[in-house]
Design a protein around this ligand. Structure first.
Ligand SMILES: [Fe+2]
Length: 396
């Protein structure tokens, strides 16, 4: 899902990559009384916005036109017959023939719409239940003033930290709070254990979400191998680049919708494409995920069974696959049934990146390259400056 935040720095230089992220440092709200007032922010964001106002930021071809939030007048077209394909990820643990079958089925799903549902992933569903409960606890039990101490700022390619409600981006007011944790927020690499309180308001959160990340990290190479196989590449050709992969775990907390929220016309999360190789999203319990079928410009309501993973390819993958695998637009809309809208919703997608100094280059054998090579951090921040402002982009 989304790798957005809202708190782009508006003054001063970016900190150099590798700068340690400490409370009160650059880009973070200093300790002290919260000064956040959601109704008087500097950003004028229209609920009726569309992507066409921002196409200059796209780093891959995106001819589609879409509204950021579902229209209240039912003027948008929905494709109720389209079925996002389901793929059996246990094939990745099987014979060479079974791995080839996975590459074929997964490749077909992604070429068609950029989304697939993965089942039999081997991930213990209890991890998702634990993560959901911890997400609710993190957002609901932590005071706003405390959350704002972790307000997001760019570190390397990715904005990391907390994003208040309606502050997901500069361009649209969304009814969601977010919190992004990248690899350096976890005790994963023994050589450089983080100071956990730099990232987490309480020590007990990190082990819970570390379990989630480890479970999904184990799927990164098998998924990438299948995608590479589908593209006619050596399935192991990204193994080194994705060992201890760069990732962003985004926690999304959608509070129960009030009547005024409903009347505001805002959605739960704006239409966007992910800026990454691919995303692994545990099937949400509460409806709302919509996927744009760019072949007919209709939205598809995506429902995945409990315990499944939703996989979608992002901008990095569209770039290196020479547009074979699209970076598909998706959004989260309010439930049709107001009773369901009064349910809180939590999601925790894992965004898989390449390291920021890697170069994104069209893979061989995929026709005349439509894109020149570009450093990942340049590509990433140019793309996401759509959400955070022009000074977010890092130039070579
Ligand atoms: Fe997304």
């Amino acid at each position: 899902m989304l790798t957005l935040d809202s708190d782009r720095p508006s003054k001063g230089p970016f900190p150099p990559a590798g700068t340690h992220f400490t409370p009160g440092s650059w880009g973070r709200a200093p300790a002290g009384p919260a000064r956040y007032h959601p109704d008087v922010g500097p950003k004028a964001r229209e609920v009726d916005g569309s992507n066409r106002e921002y196409v200059q930021y796209d780093q891959v071809d995106k001819p589609q036109t879409y509204r950021f939030a579902e229209a209240s007048d039912q003027s948008e077209a929905f494709d109720d017959d389209f079925v996002v394909r389901t793929c059996d990820l246990s094939l990745a643990r099987g014979t060479a023939a079974e791995q080839a079958e996975l590459a074929e089925t997964l490749g077909a799903a992604l070429r068609e719409i950029g989304f697939a549902i993965l089942v039999d992933t081997g991930v213990d569903p209890a991890i998702y239940q634990e993560a959901e409960a911890a997400t609710f606890r993190l957002f609901e039990d932590c005071e706003l003033e405390e959350k704002l101490r972790y307000r997001a700022a760019r570190h390397g390619s990715v904005n990391q930290g907390y994003f208040p409600i309606r502050e997901t981006s500069d361009i649209h007011p969304d009814l969601v709070e977010g919190w992004v944790f990248c690899r350096r927020a976890f005790a994963l690499d023994l050589s450089a254990p983080p100071r956990l309180r730099d990232f987490w308001p309480s020590d007990d959160f990190e082990p819970i979400f570390r379990r989630l990340c480890l479970a999904h990290e184990a799927l990164v190479l098998p998924v990438m191998a299948a995608l590479l196989g589908a593209l006619g590449q050596d399935p192991s050709s990204f193994d080194e680049r994705l060992m201890a992969p760069s990732f962003g775990l985004r926690l999304n907390y959608y509070p129960p919708l009030s009547e005024s929220d409903d009347a505001s016309g805002a959605g739960r999360l704006l239409g966007h494409e992910d800026v990454n190789l691919f995303t692994l999203l545990p099937a949400p319990r509460v409806e709302g995920l919509q996927v744009l079928n760019r072949k007919n410009a209709k939205w598809v309501r995506l429902d995945a069974p409990p315990g499944a993973l939703v996989l979608n390819t992002g901008d990095y993958m569209q770039r290196i696959s020479n547009d074979v695998f699209p970076s598909t637009t998706h959004r989260v809309s309010k439930p049709f049934d107001p009773e369901i809208g009064r349910q809180r919703r939590a999601t925790f997608p894992l965004n898989v990146y390449l390291r920021e100094q890697e170069v994104l280059e069209v893979l061989p054998g995929l026709g005349e390259p439509r894109y020149p090579p570009v450093k990942a951090i340049t590509f990433h921040t140019r793309s996401t400056s759509k959400f955070y402002g022009d000074d977010y982009a890092v130039h070579d």
